[in-house]
Design a protein around this ligand. Structure first.
Ligand code: C2E
Length: 889
């Protein structure tokens, strides 16, 4: 403990009085000194206060102060407090017990830290003299270092053991890491430990767990794994980057730790290690441990710490495996659950049968719904036992497909339900293996509803819903079939177009329900005359087509006559007795066309011819009709420009009072002078204009021209009379008619009583309620109304009474034959009487002879017009007629 100076030999055993000693004693002392000198230990003599009385130390490097300063000082003056206190305690013990051994003191000497073990014995200096102590200070530095090392290793082993226990216990890194850090501190003798992982967003290694004193050190610490940055040079960054353990044995003096030095010195880090943690070989993070001792990580410590790191890495791999296993397990459970759900909730029938014997192993609710059998009833039985196959052939087909391909898709099968009803189904099946048993997995979709729906769709697509007859598309298919047959056999066939006459009247007067029932009865009656192979089809409305395979002109005529004759009988619907006739047009294959479109169009043209002429008849298509039809098209196109090019004009036919023979009115009749077609009769172009809708513009022009003309005549002083203007059906139905009439009168300045609108009987009866309303309005405005062609249609007397009509016009067809036909005479007489009884006037048209005039006059007809008086005349000629005419006799 005190230096021995080379100039000054060790003192404790020097001869005190050489002269007084015997030679033997001197020799003994010399030997003793020699022995003491050879000992590595220092010897001191101290008093009870710890004051140095003497010393002997051959090793000056083991003394804390120069030896010459030692004597007379106390241990507290020579040593730091801790070792001095320990020394004093040992002295006290020796004073009490006579000796003290084994106390250790640590001294920081220039040569480094040294540990000394004190052995003290009390020295008795004789009575009356104070006691002193001989202190032997043995340098045990190496032994203590070994012990410390051993302790560290023991600690680290303890830490390793704790870590391993934690590793076994924990199931995740989040759970394990804090325990590892705590174990490194609590058991491994580390001051602080933490685990960091790379934050992908910031690129920094950030603590995820830490323990020990000084974790504040980690607050906002900057550590990166980048080699080119100072913050990446430390043990953690390097370990992460290079995936190897990094040991900083003297952290505060290591240049690589420059970035953290100031911060680290506050916390007293002496050694720092960074240990890479991996998961399945991939870098995961770094375990960093901090020791307060320089060179804390010797080989053994390093090996142990590495083992801890490796065990953690192993645990991380295990956690990952565990997670993956859990994931797979979950996925498996999920898929099982899904399968279970799919199996049970599938709307389709699913059943699993054992391949070897066909026993049902499992069925779902869909199976129960489809078959009516419950799972309990079928599991353990075969399909034959429950007789589920309606046709055994289906089962054999399935077996063959499975044997051949191992599966079958969408096989159409029929099943017998438990209640005996039959289900149509689509079945898919495959060979599968469940629980090591070969099975057949079958999925079956009940198609019964779909089949019904398909049949319904088919019905809708191919049949007329009202009559149940084939519709156009079905007829076309049928036509194609019989046409090919006819072509192969060199035969003809007939296509008949049938249209009910005046069907609209039935609909309008009796309502659509009656109309529909009439159509049904007509179709039934027509179907009754068909031969096998004939096809009757409804085209919609009141149109039918009859397809007659192998028909000639003659056989088609016979059929047409047959059809007309079965229609002759009235139809009874509720209280109504309806007579309904047909107009029939016939086209023959191949003469009149070789495809459906052409033949049906030509048959339609032929039918139209009948409609326009006689009704209730038939005719065959002729090419002349075709050209007529072509002319219709040309006229329709030409009409488009007729108004703008001023091709129309009005002629006026005088109307004569049969009482006094004076002209009481004129009927405006349109004339069309086309530059190419010449004069086109109104009877030809008016229906075309009506069909194309151009009649509205033409009618408006007629009304305006006639009204303006009448005003001009009145203004010119012509005797007041009535201007009669024809209205077409389309005009009459137009909602703006009233407004148009009133506006036209107003613009022309003609009082309403000078205008008479002629509508036909059919127009009035078309929709009698609406007609009555309109007539009332026109009547209220002072406009006169007359009914043209009276007697040609079906006028209901009850309606007629309600019509605000001032005049009935007797159709010229009756007037024409007055002389020869008593029926016509009777009709004319009846009409005149009817009008009279209803308070209406009558005017006869088409009067050509004095005889006709005489008859009409005799019957009390009020007025007449016709060639007998005058043809329809252009304006100037009418004016001349008016001026020159004298009362007709
Ligand atoms: N055989 C013969 N015929 C006579 C005699 N007196 C007059 N007629 C003709 O008989 C038709 C009478 O007109 P409607 O019955 O209203 O029949 C008219 C009418 O329905 C229609 N029509 C004529 N002009 C117009 C019009 O401006 N608007 C509308 N909507 N239809 C019109 O065209 C039809 C034919 O007109 P038109 O060819 O002008 O033929 C007129 C007239 O020229 C006679 O004594 N003997």
């Amino acid at each position: 403990m005190l230096p021995s100076s080379p100039a000054e030999p060790p003192r404790l055993a020097a001869p005190v009085n050489p002269g007084a000693c015997s030679a033997e004693a001197a020799s003994f002392e010399r030997r003793l000194l020699a022995i003491l000198d050879t000992l590595p230990d220092a010897l001191f003599e101290l008093d009870l206060d710890g004051r140095y009385l003497d010393y002997h130390s051959p090793r000056a490097d083991l003394l804390a102060v120069p030896p010459e300063t030692l004597l007379g000082k106390t241990v507290h003056e020579v040593m730091p407090a801790i070792p001095a206190d320990a020394c004093m305690a040992a002295l006290q013990e020796a004073n009490t017990l006579g000796f003290s051994t084994g106390r250790l003191i640590e001294l920081r000497l220039p040569a480094g830290h040294r540990w000394f073990e004190l052995s003290i014995s009390r020295k008795s200096n004789g009575a009356g003299r104070s006691v002193s102590f001989i202190v032997l200070a043995r340098n045990v530095t190496q032994r203590v270092a070994s012990e410390h090392k051993l302790q560290r290793l023991t600690d680290l082993y303890a830490a390793l053991s704790q870590c391993n226990q934690a590793i076994l216990r924990c199931t995740s890194a989040a759970e394990l890491f804090p325990i590892i850090c705590a174990d490194a501190v609590n058991y491994g003798g580390m001051k602080m430990a933490w685990i960091g992982t790379l934050n992908a967003a910031t690129g920094l290694i950030v603590p995820v767990a830490s323990s020990g004193e000084g974790t504040a050190y980690l607050q906002d610490i900057l550590i990166t794994p980048h080699a080119n940055q100072p913050s990446g040079q430390g043990p953690v960054g390097t370990a992460f980057r290079e995936a190897r353990p990094v040991w900083f044995q003297d952290f505060l003096h290591d240049p690589r730790a420059q970035a953290w030095r100031a911060r680290a010195s506050e916390f007293g880090w002496a050694s720092v290690a960074g240990l890479p943690l991996t998961c399945h070989g991939a870098m995961y993070g770094v375990l960093s441990v901090y020791s307060g001792t320089v060179n804390a990580f010797d080989d053994s410590a390093q090996a142990l710490l590495l083992e801890i790191a490796q065990d953690i890495s192993f645990a991380l791999a295990r956690f990952a495996d565990e997670r993956e296993r859990n994931r797979v397990q979950m996925a498996l459970q999920d898929s099982e659950e899904r399968y279970r759900r799919v199996f049970h909730t599938s709307p389709d029938s699913v059943n699993i049968n054992r391949l070897s014997d066909g026993l049902y192993i499992d069925v779902n609710e869909g199976f129960e719904r489809l078959s009516g059998w419950t799972a309990d009833e079928v599991i353990g039985k075969t399909s034959q036992e429950i007789n589920i196959w309606r046709c055994p052939a289906d089962r054999h087909r399935l077996k063959r497909a499975l044997n051949r391909d191992g599966h079958c898709y969408n096989m159409e099968v029929e099943f017998c339900r438990k209640d005996g009803t039959v289900a149509t189904a689509l079945m898919s099946a495959a060979l599968v293996r469940f629980d090591n048993v070969d099975c057949i997995l079958s999925m079956t979709r009940d198609m019964s509803d779909i089949r019904l729906a398909q049949e319904r769709i088919n019905q809708l697509a191919h049949f007329d819903q009202l009559t149940g007859l084939p519709n156009r598309s079905q007829l076309q298919e049928r036509f194609e079939f019989v046409r090919q047959l006819a072509q192969r056999n060199g035969e003809s066939l007939a296509l008949m177009f049938l249209d009910l006459d005046h069907f609209k009247n039935v609909n309008d007067t009796l309502g659509h329900t009656i109309g529909d029932r009439l159509l049904v009865q007509v179709s039934q009656r027509l179907a009754g005359v068909l031969s096998a192979g004939d096809t009757l089809s409804r085209m919609g409305g009141d149109e039918f087509i009859l397809l007659l395979p192998s028909a000639t002109e003659e056989s088609a005529s016979q059929m047409a006559l047959k059809v007309l004759s079965v229609m002759a009988e009235p139809f009874i619907i509720d209280d109504h007795e309806l007579v309904s006739t047909l107009s029939i047009g016939i086209a023959l294959y191949p003469h009149d066309g070789d495809d459906f479109e052409t033949l049906s169009k030509n048959a339609d043209i032929a039918m139209y011819r009948i409609k326009r002429s006689s009704h209730n008849n038939f005719c065959f298509f002729t090419p002349e009709m075709q050209s007529h039809s072509a002319r219709r098209l040309q006229l329709s196109n030409a009409l488009y420009f007729g108004l703008t090019r001023g091709e129309f004009l009005l002629h006026y036919q005088p109307q004569i009072s049969l009482q006094d023979g004076h002209m009481v009115g004129v009927e405006a009749l349109i004339r069309w002078q086309h530059p190419e077609f010449g004069a086109v009769a109104p009877s030809e172009f008016i229906p075309i204009a009506e069909d194309s809708g151009q009649i509205l513009a033409i009618g408006e022009w007629v009304l305006r021209t006639a009204v303006t003309q009448m005003k001009a005549w009145l203004d010119a002083g012509m005797k007041p009379m009535v201007m009669s203007v024809n209205l077409s059906t389309v005009q009459f139905r137009h909602p703006d008619l009233l407004a148009l009439v009133m506006q036209t009168l107003q613009m022309a300045g003609l009082p309403a009583q000078y205008l008479e609108l002629e509508l036909t009987e059919a127009m009035a009866m078309d929709n009698p309620t609406a007609a009555i309303a309109l007539m009332n309005q026109l009547h209220e405005q002072g406009v006169r109304l007359s009914i043209d062609d009276f007697g040609t249609g079906y006028s209901s007397l009850s309606y007629l009474k309600k019509f605000k009509v001032s005049k009935l016009k007797i159709d010229q067809s009756f007037v024409r034959d007055i002389g020869d036909d008593k029926d016509d005479r009777a009709i004319v007489t009846a009409v005149i009487n009817l009008a009279s009884s209803l308070g209406m006037q009558t005017i006869a048209e088409g009067v050509e002879t004095p005889g006709q005039l005489a008859f009409l006059r005799l019957q009390g007809c009020d007025e007449a017009q016709g060639y007998y008086f005058s043809k329809p005349l252009p304006v100037d000629q009418l004016e001349a007629f008016a001026k020159t005419m004298t009362a007709v006799p």
